[in-house]
Design a protein around this ligand. Structure first.
Ligand SMILES: Nc1ncnc2c1ncn2[C@@H]1O[C@H](COP(=O)(O)OP(=O)(O)OP(=O)(O)O)[C@@H](O)[C@H]1O
Length: 597
């Protein structure tokens, strides 16, 4: 298949932010694509080569890409750098530079999707000394035969900056329409995606074998399952109401969620974002090898104080990712894995079992490990009264937890779903909002005084699923230590862009803009209507969004979350409504009055 139709589709998609239009363009492209390469095209439109859990990246240095563009366009590197500065995007710079290049069609190989994909694949697989030169050669070989428009997207892809503004949901919609003619079938595709985390494979099965084949996609060892998520609630009473009077209450530990896959020999650990993190926790992987069966388990890995065995906060765990080598980290930051679910045993999915049945099975598996230092079953009790939950909660907090998770006894494991079958009850923070928010850093103001040379404040956004945009909700300038200030400055530098990102919506003016990437946790005192922030714009009052008052950084950088996993604007609307209820009628009347006005 020619690469040109893909380029045309990408160009059309760039011109719109309407989800409907985006879906239509995708449908047209998918219909044109030969079924046997539909997986490759699906990955390409997501800006990747393989599902995320494979962890395969192109790994090309920016200066190499500049050299490749220079040599293929017959310009010198300085000219390319100037264009880069002007456009703020290397892909756009390549497009500009290549406009004037003379097309040598005589000896050129045709530019097909297969060729582009396999060249990218070779780029990704080239490692070791001298690999950057090889990567450079491979990219140049493509650019030499490419038109300016093709070159533009080739470079955007290589730089990981495709930015088509499409979420997984949009691709699922498009697949359903393209191959079954009915958007309603998206649910079947979504289920398959939830248990495989692999859109390419789902797409190819659908295109080559039809919807029934997609239905038969089952949980497989070493393919991560999209995690079941929890809704937030405020009181034990509310939890029990939702659970019909009886529920399991578990410790909510403050660590990192891990999905552990154990085969006959091999063990792999996946993060909440479904990336492989086995190398961070070789000690856990080792401890688990004493389990006889092949299993998929879920748990929370937490740092502990080696002397006392006490749980330590999340920040301690992040040393495993930063600063130290793993050997040293294992020594200085011991961890314990606390399992709370089992999803698969010896070739069979266990997700259809009820919570109670899974817990019993999990207990049997973990009891056999007998390594209390590394592996535990999460603390749990069954409650029928709010007082029982409150008492368990107090014990949990005392033991260093964030709160409790409350789970419906009869519920199956619902991959990828956020529903009330699981709810989270956290302790009240010093702030008045009951929960923290995880927000994406999208801009910054330069610091002054003590913060000169660092950022003074960060602009934060929530994720709006409907529009697939990041909508600003607050500017945060407190809660930073000097170490944080330094860290923000260094890590955010990689994501600086020339102007507000196309997927960022805000009425605020900033000194610096970032590509949405880093997610941080904040607390706040209140949510208010705002004329300058864009979160849930127009949802409560025309022309107004929602904003946080008195936000404060909690100290947590959420490396385990993608920007799309940030707090959703819908959740903020929900929190705002709740706040009106709690604050009582006078406050509510005032705010409602505002809404009407
Ligand atoms: N017993 C438990 N059962 C399920 N999850 C637990 C448990 N203990 C701790 N957790 C953690 O709590 C997380 C859910 O709550 P929380 O809102 O604090 O996390 P989040 O990452 O901000 O949100 P979410 O994962 O729901 O998007 C889980 O993803 C998991 O990492």
């Amino acid at each position: 298949m020619d690469f040109a139709p893909i380029v045309e589709t990408f160009e059309q998609m760039e011109q719109t932010s309407s989800r409907l239009a985006l879906t239509e363009y995708l449908v047209a492209l998918l219909r044109k694509t030969p079924p046997d390469i539909i997986d490759k095209v699906t990955y390409l439109i997501q800006g990747k080569l393989y599902p995320d859990y494979e962890g395969i990246e192109l790994g090309v240095a920016e200066r190499m890409v500049i050299r490749a563009i220079a040599s293929s366009s017959g310009k010198d590197q300085l000219q390319i750098e100037k264009l880069y500065q002007k456009t703020g995007d290397l892909g756009d710079a390549a497009g500009e530079a290549m406009k004037s290049k003379s097309q040598s069609t005589l000896f050129s190989e045709p530019m097909t999707v297969e060729r582009v994909y396999s060249t990218f694949d070779r780029v990704a697989r080239t490692t070791g000394p001298g690999s950057q030169e090889t990567k450079l050669r491979l990219i140049s070989s493509l650019l030499n035969d490419a038109t300016a428009a093709e070159g533009r997207y080739i470079i955007k892809f290589v730089m990981g900056q495709l930015r088509l503004g499409i979420a997984d949901y949009t691709v699922l919609d498009a697949l359903a329409v393209a191959f079954t003619g009915d958007k309603a079938n998206r649910q079947v595709l979504e289920n398959a995606y939830n248990v495989s985390s692999d859109l390419g494979t789902v797409a190819r099965l659908l295109a080559t074998k039809g919807l029934d084949a997609v239905k038969s996609i089952k949980i497989t060892l070493f393919k991560p399952i999209r995690p079941m998520l929890a809704e937030r609630i405020r009181t034990a009473e509310e939890a029990l109401e939702r659970m019909e009077g009886k529920a399991a209450v578990e410790y909510k530990l403050d660590g990192e969620r891990v999905q552990l896959h154990k085969g006959k020999q091999n063990v792999e650990l996946f993060s909440r974002r479904l990336e492989k993190i086995t190398s961070h926790y070789p000690d856990v992987a080792e401890a688990i090898k004493s389990i006889k069966s092949e299993v998929i388990l879920e748990g929370e890995v937490v740092a502990i104080n080696a002397e006392t065995g006490d749980y330590l906060p999340f920040q301690e765990l992040m040393h495993r990712r930063r600063k130290y080598g793993v050997e040293e980290a294992m020594e200085n930051y011991p961890v314990v894995m606390n399992f709370f679910d089992v999803l698969y045993v010896d070739g069979k999915s266990k997700t259809e079992l009820t919570y109670m049945e899974r817990r019993k099975l999990l207990k049997k598996i973990i009891d056999a490990v007998k390594d209390d230092n590394k592996v535990r079953l999460i603390e749990q009790t069954i409650a029928t009264k709010p007082e029982e939950i409150d008492r368990f909660m107090a014990a949990a907090i005392e033991d260093g937890c964030e709160g409790v998770m409350i789970k419906q006894l009869s519920s199956t494991y619902r991959a990828g779903a956020r529903e009330y079958a699981w709810v989270k009850l956290k302790r009240e923070y010093r702030s008045d909002l009951a929960d923290t928010l995880d927000l994406v850093v999208v801009g910054a103001l330069h610091g002054r005084g003590r913060r000169t040379g660092k950022y003074g404040a960060l602009l934060l956004a929530a994720y709006d699923q409907k529009t697939d945009m990041f909508q600003s909700v607050t500017k945060v300038g407190t809660g930073f230590t000097d170490v944080h200030l330094e860290q923000f400055y260094n890590e955010l530098e990689k994501h600086i862009i020339n102007q507000r990102h196309a997927r960022v919506q805000t009425g605020m003016d900033m000194d610096v803009w970032f590509e949405p990437n880093m997610v941080i946790e904040v607390i706040a005192s209140e949510i208010t209507l705002s004329p300058s922030h864009a979160a849930a714009l127009n949802a409560l009052r025309p022309g107004y969004g929602l904003a946080l008052r008195f936000p404060k950084f909690t100290g947590k950088i959420r490396d385990d979350k993608k920007p799309e996993d940030a707090t959703a604007t819908e959740e903020i609307v929900e929190m705002y409504r709740r706040q009106l209820k709690v604050a009582g009628p006078s406050y509510a009347a005032e705010a409602e009055g505002e809404e009407g006005g």
